[in-house]
Write a protein that binds this ligand. Structure first.
Ligand SMILES: [Zn+2]
Length: 232
């Protein structure tokens, strides 16, 4: 079915790119805990903090720094906690956020636009940050809109490339909601392109993944892309 209803649901997200924690950083000595688990995400897999700390000390030494100088003493532990946070989505199942669905007759496009995310480029271990837009055409099942933002937040917290992030989001929505169509567009700035290498600040990488009717029917695809691009 074509999605042509102007009443299509469009929600703009205002969430900031932020930690999904409470902003607190628990003070831990380097050897206090071999494993770190974010208290806000009890199902997270463990991260070997001391191993990261040792690696960070190695990097500091390798670039000619003194890891024992005052300003750097706590850096390895801090960086280890940062990685634990940035990679918190590695072994969890983001699809669990889409488990609770509501039976609804609504069969037009649902779009949540401008969901901010921070992810980590797996080639350089530098962040790429931007926005995801997720649209789907329900088949009798809809999901709470904030759940789509939760899925983005969790999938983003892995080392990856933007192409895979985009496809993962589309597959999750298609499979968990049995949606008749899914369109995901991600736009992001990659630190590895802006602060190093070719150094092109302002460049934006745009990726899209279409599933179902949005892939097969050009008219439906152009309608959903119009909604995503604010043209409708
Ligand atoms: Zn990169």
């Amino acid at each position: 079915m074509e999605a042509t209803n102007p009443e299509s649901v469009v929600q703009e997200s205002t969430s900031e790119c932020s930690s999904n924690g409470n902003g607190k950083t628990a003070a831990r000595s380097p050897s206090e805990h071999a494993l770190f688990v974010d208290p806000n995400e009890p199902k997270l897999d463990h991260v070997d903090l001391p191993r990261i700390e040792a690696a960070v000390r190695s990097i500091l030494s390798a670039v000619g720094e003194d890891p024992e100088r005052d300003g750097l003493l706590e850096t390895p532990a801090r960086v280890a906690r940062m990685y634990a946070e940035m990679f918190a989505g590695m072994r969890s199942d983001p699809g669990r956020h889409l488990a609770k669905v509501f039976e609804e007759d609504y069969d037009e496009i649902v779009l949540v636009r401008d969901i901010s995310f921070c992810s980590m480029c797996e080639h350089h271990l530098l962040p790429f940050t931007g926005h995801a837009h997720i649209a789907y055409l329900p088949s009798g099942k809809v999901v709470g809109l904030s759940k789509l933002a939760r899925v983005v937040e969790e999938v983003a917290r892995r080392p990856q490339v933007q192409e895979r992030l985009t496809q993962t989001l589309a597959d999750l929505v298609e499979n968990r909601l049995s949606a008749r169509g899914v369109a995901v567009v991600c736009e992001a700035t990659h630190s590895c392109m802006t602060i190093r290498g070719v150094r092109k600040p302002g460049s934006l990488c745009v990726t899209s993944a279409m599933r179902g009717i949005f892939r097969d029917d050009p008219k439906s695809r152009s309608e959903v892309l119009g909604l995503i691009n604010h043209k409708v």
